[in-house]
Design a protein around this ligand. Structure first.
Ligand code: HEC
Ligand code: HEC
Ligand code: HEC
Ligand code: HEC
Ligand code: HEC
Ligand code: HEC
Ligand code: HEC
Length: 586
């Protein structure tokens, strides 16, 4: 309880001083200054300050919009030459006699976002840190037309940037990885149905230009057109328009707008031309452009000209390497063959569309002349993945998982003589390493092997020898169990194997054995193997003996370490566990 009334008096006086200051400041508020300037520019008497407010009813709330307290001349054609913020609004609908939108009814924030109640410019423009709806200035505001107009298809004058973005989303193959409800269904990447509700325009723009800005290991590809501002701007405008809680709903659309039917013309008869169009991502005879392989894949014309993107492998030899059925399967579901593939899934392709693509890919006939030398063979067929320095870091390698083999590590090149050749002939299942036996002759493959060895090995390195061990048979003595001498090896036990795996292997291979352990991305090339990769684990040559050797001795020339502290029984148990994972799911 305050007894000394002088203190109370003092506090009261102080309060009145502040109130006085606040009122004085009120007279000088920016919007009032602008309003005075406006009437001065018009040559009229200042009628006194008003907070110009429009209440816009939306299905979810009431938008209180006071922007025109400062932007006072927006609807006045006579204010064209006035300074900001007093000036006339620029035309929204190009060529229209009069803008169809009445700012006195819909305000400004419905198109431009911002914080519409605020009368301080910075706050109103949504510059407060973390404000979810920063100002959309200029043509960015086209992302808001969809709040009232139906824009799934068709053309709305003044929304050209948004519409370009809508087309690019299909042409650039974004739809193959990202779901936008009603447009695409794919589970490769985060859904973007509410991208505009969740993210600012700048974030969306940045995510396209620098996919690794937030996450260094992001599997969002960096396309080679991202330096083109107009393309990225249009895509970001379209994505900003994707908001779940947008104003428009079938019965509350402010204009009796009839939702145009998204009439989807599909390719119904296979042809090379249709395939070419899908590959390029352009419409074909009225069909929409759902393709865009060329954003990621290059190919060679008959005279050897290379064109296309560098995110996936060159497809010049795809049909010859893999066969038609495999390729069709891969287009629809790449992860069936390569579980960690980032390739978009073009799930909704019909047979005619798949056939068209295969027909188009089959037109690639490029082949090197028969007497080409090692370097030429390597540069044509191998360099894009295995790299100029043979270190497995060719231009398309970043988006592949597993990475291409690093031949600069001579241990690998020397340790696996038979496998080396066999893998070139038949490919490595479950990875991007294709089979070359239908493209290259045996002689060419020999030339290539010699060339790789020549580049990576000197006399001394050639002498590297990997230890030889063989898989113990059931009933053999456990040669590696030092504690229990004389113990015999029994059939592998899945549960014991899992326990041992969890102890010794998860830091790299992950708890699930999918190769994504906490250390996975700290390792040097290559990544830990995804041991759930069925095609890889069940291919010919992937014997228990190989697994035993790889676990005990490590994989030569890779970060897979040796585990010579494990007993034979433990390794056999682990193999049973690993096998169980890929058999179960068969
Ligand atoms: C306090 C006065 C004030 C209020 C309130 C205000 N603005 Fe502004 N606005 C300005 C001024 C001044 C400028 C020009 C200064 C500048 O370019 O930064 C401007 C510029 C703009 C621009 C152009 C921006 C650019 O970078 O080209 C847009 C768009 C805009 N305002 C929209 C709005 C919207 C929408 C609202 C309501 C949510 C609003 N303003 C509220 C004063 C205001
Ligand atoms: C129907 C949607 C819509 C409404 C409502 C709207 N604008 Fe705009 N505004 C646009 C579009 C679209 C442009 C870009 C025009 C162009 O350059 O093609 C634009 C441009 C502008 C610009 C100049 C370009 C820049 O630098 O950003 C200002 C300033 C602006 N608007 C302020 C306002 C203010 C203030 C209001 C409210 C009185 C308002 N707008 C209401 C859509 C709208
Ligand atoms: C707040 C809802 C709202 C927003 C947001 C909005 N519009 Fe409109 N639009 C209307 C209304 C209402 C009309 C008037 C319809 C009438 O006169 O019957 C209209 C009419 C039009 C027309 C003329 C009629 C037509 O359908 O061709 C065009 C063009 C147009 N708007 C373009 C745009 C563009 C471009 C944007 C985004 C920059 C936009 N609108 C944003 C409500 C909106
Ligand atoms: C190969 C599949 C793939 C394709 C094609 C693709 N993206 Fe992505 N995108 C991703 C993945 C994966 C992420 C998640 C980022 C990460 O790895 O953290 C992502 C993230 C994003 C994000 C950020 C979303 C968020 O939640 O942070 C945006 C925006 C985006 N992509 C836009 C696009 C656009 C636009 C295109 C077409 C030009 C496109 N993407 C094509 C895979 C893809
Ligand atoms: C966003 C980039 C991207 C797009 C778009 C894309 N792919 Fe791929 N594609 C890849 C990547 C990365 C790989 C390697 C991983 C794998 O095998 O899936 C790949 C692999 C392939 C392969 C296997 C090549 C081989 O021999 O192993 C084929 C065939 C293929 N893509 C065809 C297509 C076709 C046809 C389209 C268009 C309908 C397409 N891709 C669109 C990125 C893409
Ligand atoms: C599309 C990319 C790509 C191209 C083109 C490619 N490779 Fe590979 N290659 C890979 C990948 C990925 C691996 C890793 C496979 C794995 O994880 O076991 C690999 C592995 C290998 C291996 C090791 C196989 C093994 O059993 O471990 C050899 C040898 C090889 N490649 C040789 C070649 C030669 C020679 C060429 C050219 C004729 C070539 N590669 C072209 C992607 C490619
Ligand atoms: C330091 C990280 C690391 C640890 C720990 C590790 N691995 Fe690996 N592992 C790798 C890498 C990297 C590869 C890929 C080698 C390659 O590309 O051929 C691999 C490959 C493998 C392979 C495939 C071998 C082949 O012949 O292709 C198996 C099986 C395997 N690891 C099992 C295990 C088991 C079981 C353990 C625990 C006892 C384990 N790994 C511990 C990193 C590790």
């Amino acid at each position: 309880m305050i007894k000394d009334y002088r203190i109370l008096l003092f506090i009261g006086l102080l309060g009145m001083v502040f109130l006085g200051l606040a009122i004085r400041k009120g007279f000088d508020e920016d919007y009032i200054r602008y309003q005075k300037a406006y009437y001065e520019a018009l040559g009229e008497d200042f009628p006194g300050p008003v907070v110009k407010q429009v209440n816009v009813k939306t299905p979810s709330s009431m938008l209180v919009d006071r922007c025109q307290s400062c932007h006072i001349g927006a609807s006045n054609p006579g204010a064209k030459d006035f300074d900001m913020p007093l000036t006339t609004h620029p035309p929204i609908v190009p060529g229209a006699q009069e803008d169809p939108h009445d700012f006195n009814k819909i305000g400004c924030a419905i198109c431009h976002d911002g914080s519409s109640r605020d009368l301080d410019m910075h706050l109103a423009h949504g510059e407060a840190h973390g404000w979810i709806a920063p100002l959309l200035n200029g043509k960015m505001a086209q992302s808001s037309c969809v709040r009232c107009h139906a824009m799934e298809s068709g053309h709305l004058a003044g929304a050209e940037v948004y519409e370009l973005g809508r087309e690019l989303f299909l042409e650039k193959a974004c739809w193959g990885c990202h779901t936008i409800a009603g447009v695409s269904t794919s589970s490769q990447a985060p859904e973007l149905t509410d991208a505009g509700g969740k993210f600012s325009f700048d974030y969306l723009y940045e995510s396209i230009v620098h996919p690794k800005a937030n996450d260094e290991n992001s599997k969002m590809p960096k396309f080679d057109w991202v330096h083109d501002h107009d393309t990225v701007f249009a895509l970001a405008t379209y994505l900003k328009g994707q908001q779940k809680s947008k104003l428009r709903s079938d019965d509350t659309a402010p204009i009796g707008y009839i939702k145009p039917k998204a009439d989807e013309v599909r390719i119904s008869e296979a042809s090379v031309d249709a395939g070419r169009a899908l590959f390029a991502g352009v419409p074909f005879e009225g069909s929409i452009n759902r393709g865009g392989c060329v954003n990621c894949h290059a190919f060679r014309s008959d005279d050897g000209q290379l064109a296309g993107g560098n995110i996936g492998p060159e497809l010049t030899w795809a049909i010859r390497n893999r066969g038609e059925d495999w390729v069709k399967d891969h287009i629809v579901n790449s992860r069936k063959h390569a579980p960690d593939s980032i390739m978009p899934t073009f799930k909704d392709y019909n047979d005619a569309e798949l056939d068209s693509l295969v027909m188009f890919l089959s037109t690639f006939g490029y082949k090197l002349s028969a007497d080409s030398e090692g370097q030429k063979l390597y540069d044509t067929y191998c360099v894009s993945c295995h790299g100029e320095d043979m270190n497995g870091q060719g231009i398309v390698s970043a988006m592949l998982d597993p990475y291409p083999r690093d031949f600069s590590r001579h241990q690998f090149v020397v340790a696996y003589e038979d496998r080396f050749k066999n893998s070139i002939l038949n490919g490595v299942s479950g990875t991007a390493m294709p089979a070359w036996k239908n493209v290259l002759t045996e002689g060419e493959i020999e030339t290539l092997i010699e060339f790789i060895k020549d580049k990576t090995l000197d006399e001394q390195k050639k002498n590297f020898k990997r230890m030889e061990v063989s898989l113990p048979k059931i009933g053999d003595d456990d040669r590696r169990d030092w504690k229990n001498k004389g113990k015999v090896v029994e059939a592998g036990d899945v549960e014991r194997g899992e326990a041992a795996f969890q102890q010794a292997c998860t830091s790299c291979h992950g708890k699930l054995a999918n190769g994504k352990g906490p250390n996975a991305y700290n390792l040097q090339h290559p990544l830990p193997r995804n041991l759930l990769n069925k095609e890889f684990m069940n291919q010919e040559g992937m014997t228990d003996e190989r697994l035993y050797q790889s676990i005990l001795l490590g994989v030569a020339g890779t970060p897979m370490p040796s585990h010579d502290h494990l007993s034979d029984q433990t390794i056999i148990d682990i193999i049973a566990f690993i096998r169980g994972n890929t058999e179960e799911a068969k």
